[in-house]
Design a protein around this ligand. Sequence first.
Ligand code: FAD
Length: 446
Amino acid sequence: MKDDIAILGAGLVGSLLGIYLAQKNKYNVSIYERRPDMRLMQGSAGRSINLALSDRGIKALEDVGIMEDVKNICIPMHGRQIHNADGTQTYQAYGKEGQYINSVSRGELNKKLMDLAEAHGVEIFFEKKCEDINWKNNEVHFSGNNNMETISPDLIFGSDGAYAASRLSYQLNHDRFEYHQTFIDYGYKELTIPAGENGSFLIEKNALHIWPRGNYMLIALPNIDGSFTCTLFFPYSGDPSFESLDSKKKVDSFFKNEFADAYKLMPGITEDFFNNPTASLVTVKCFPWTHEDKFSLIGDAAHAMVPFFGQGMNCGFEDCLVLNQLWEAHQGNWTEILPKFQESRKPDADAISDLALANFTEMRDKVADEKFLAQKKIEAAFSTAYPEQWTPAYSMVTFRPDMRYSEALNKGMAQQKIMDSIMSAERDTSWEWNETTEAKMKAALQ
Ligand code: FAD
């Protein structure tokens, strides 16, 4: 008889995990989702929210053979288009020729993954909100449709997101469960640059746009309908802040002054600003993730992170890939797989969470800084000349799925030390790629 596996949450990670597990042909896989089925919501188009999908996530989608299905809803973004405060623009390629990240609609990707999960034989139950888990007999209690329901699967995966009920139940019922939840002083708000005539793109289509302004920033990612989803990352309090922009007049004049070129393309800015919610940004670190051979957290439920490296979903997809590799290595023996899974993934999840926090400063502030740009040029030149010895930190995280996040973090820190010493010299002598810089970098790497 096949074992029953219950996945809590039909988000991006839960749906992909369902596909992985169904492909084993050994389990009855069911997903329980709190919300109604988004595929049935008429005219739910509303605001389109997008994400950057990069090589780690792609590797997992390829692993289960569905990347071709996802490709047609992706827009490649080859670099950052920086919109400086003085009205000028600069462009920074993300990596080498041919390396890019992809803008993809969160809703469309989630719907596609749910369709594919069902096509693989996974059953998805909607409006089933996990309330609690009875850890003694492995029962999950759900509310929804005005009644309570209980299931008793053999194995449970908690993929119910950053504020996971499964994680809370674990925490409340187990001694020595480590839990850290940290908010930053910034929130975010999604705004829109609508499409031009006939679905045309009003700014460069194949780039991730950034308006860095020191203490805050606006970014924009393209959608396939020609629009851009913009996200304002902004302090909660102080001046300017979500608190201080308390009237349409103030919002209008703030955008007009700070993001002049974007403002011209955002006719609905003041309405959007007050109609769209302000959301917080959280990092969650916890341990353990697993319980015997019966339960594991996965995705944001195990490791929510701030979005500044565009890796939360990619990391969750990589969780599924690693879990599958362990499944293959241990021939489906969950008693061996689950402890190895948390042991292997925890340092990597911690590493990318820390990198993501650090990248906020880079995106909102440094990308417009002369010294930072000079450093990036030197790094790029050195890495082209000595690819075996130097890969920029962004590239290790984004384009090197063969390298663990923890390794990328350690190598990135060692490289940063070298760059700090190069860039500590006077600007006119060595803020450029030349023989002296090259020799210094080679010596430092010995
Ligand atoms: P979720 O997508 O949150 O899914 C959890 C699911 O569980 C949901 O469907 C929810 O309804 C359901 N659920 C919740 N509670 C219950 C319950 N009690 N019972 C049953 N079901 C429940 N990542 C990237 O890789 N690239 C990016 O560019 C990127 N940009 C981001 C931008 C922003 C502003 C934010 C906030 C995040 C971004 N992320 C990005 C991170 C990414 O959104 C998450 O890492 C990803 O959604 C995690 O997927 P998940 O399935 O673990 O959780």
